[in-house]
Ligand binder design. Sequence first.
Ligand SMILES: *Cc1c(COP(=O)(O)O)cnc(C)c1O
Length: 367
Amino acid sequence: MIKFLDIQKINQQHSEEIHNAVSRVIDSGWYLLGEENYEFEKNFSEYIGVKHCINVANGLDALRIILKAYIELGHMQEGDEIIVPANTFIASILAITDNRLTPILIEPSIITYQIDDKKIEDAITSKTKAIMIVHLYGQCSYTEKIKVLCKKYDLKLIEDNAQAVGCNFDTYKTGALGDAAGHSFYPGKNLGALGDAGAVTTNDNQLAETVRILANYGSKIKYEFNCQGLNSRMDEIQAAILNVKLKYLDNDNETRRNRAKYYIDNIHNSNIILPQVNDWNAHVFHLFVVRTNKRDEVINNLSSKDIQALIHYPIPPHKQKAYSGWNNSKYPISEKIHNEIISLPISQIITEEEMNIVVDTINSFSN
Ligand SMILES: *Cc1c(COP(=O)(O)O)cnc(C)c1O
């Protein structure tokens, strides 16, 4: 069986270090808002190359709280519009609607699956307050054009960096390209905790302080509440584990890139459209996504060889029951992508032998 992602094996590589870190926290008797969180915030802000990192409970909260903080600071208000790619994971959209802001869905490029920057300007109105880019599948979606639009229309640039932690753009890391970024350390992400965890990064002092207060009940001084916050904290155990795993992230991402290159160099089947990579540094291959109009057959063929392939994601946000009001809206490119994509197994621990089986299975598929 070739698993889509073997998280157990990934964490076993660092078993001793992880166990030591967890034991240290257990024995310390201090489980929240402590030294391990402080260390990770310092390490991660340095890694991303920004002034501030605020640890939170998960990636969705990171995005929700960024927007909530902007509302708190008066940069946006209920009913304002946030531009976001139509083919993102639901969390990006939930973060927006949870704050009673309106998501404006923009079609992705059929080549890169990232937000199509040529389609953004027409969607900007007087209510638009931010562009939320999503580095989907681990590929940087930032462009100079997006930056220019943010400047021209005075919009905040928010990065959903959940799938692209460690990705580069030029000399920057994703998460340092806009005004604020949300990161996820969900176990299956490139930098995975052993439970839920997330973080906000920003260079904006005021935003950082507001995010920190909001994530801790709206409180800066114990039992004094400046605003109506929520409880979204990373626990010390996860922070200690992330301090261990952050050291290996660049290496892991480099391995993922090499694995992706192996697929790209070796998969040859006219039924399969491979990912297009212009800048290898700007992709960390959280997912290796191919496209085919014979999806069911390809997936059946893979599973007949005991290979797990998944779909990220089968239903676009505008077709979800949760957003049933949008059912009449049309996003044909997004729908085409959702109907044709397959994620092949990829990680820093998949072996060449396993990849060969995937390659051979796909190459021998004919129809
Ligand atoms: C995983 C993910 C999130 C949310 O992260 P959680 O830690 O699971 O809350 C947000 N956006 C994208 C694009 C994601 O893939």
